[in-house]
Design a protein around this ligand. Structure first.
Ligand SMILES: [Zn+2]
Length: 74
């Protein structure tokens, strides 16, 4: 099990699920800035304070997990 590597997210049904409910640092203060994945306005920030949608970041993290899994399987 490697799911404890980052306490900020967990794996749910094979996908990354971010737990931002109690994390005020992910709230961008009500200003909308372009998401770094889809470039549409978002209120949220990732761990590096860059604007993202939670779903976009979850999708990217899930994709990176898939890449790692393939590497392990090879
Ligand atoms: Zn987005």
């Amino acid at each position: 099990m490697t799911a404890t590597a980052n306490p900020g997210h967990r794996i749910y049904q094979g996908r990354v699920s971010l737990d931002w409910h109690k994390k005020r640092e992910h709230w961008g203060g009500g200003r909308r800035r372009p998401c770094r994945f889809c470039h549409r306005p978002s209120f949220l920030l990732d761990d590096d304070r860059r604007p993202v949608h939670k779903v976009c970041l979850e999708r990217a993290l899930t994709a990176s997990l898939d890449t790692k899994t393939e590497r392990w399987a090879a």
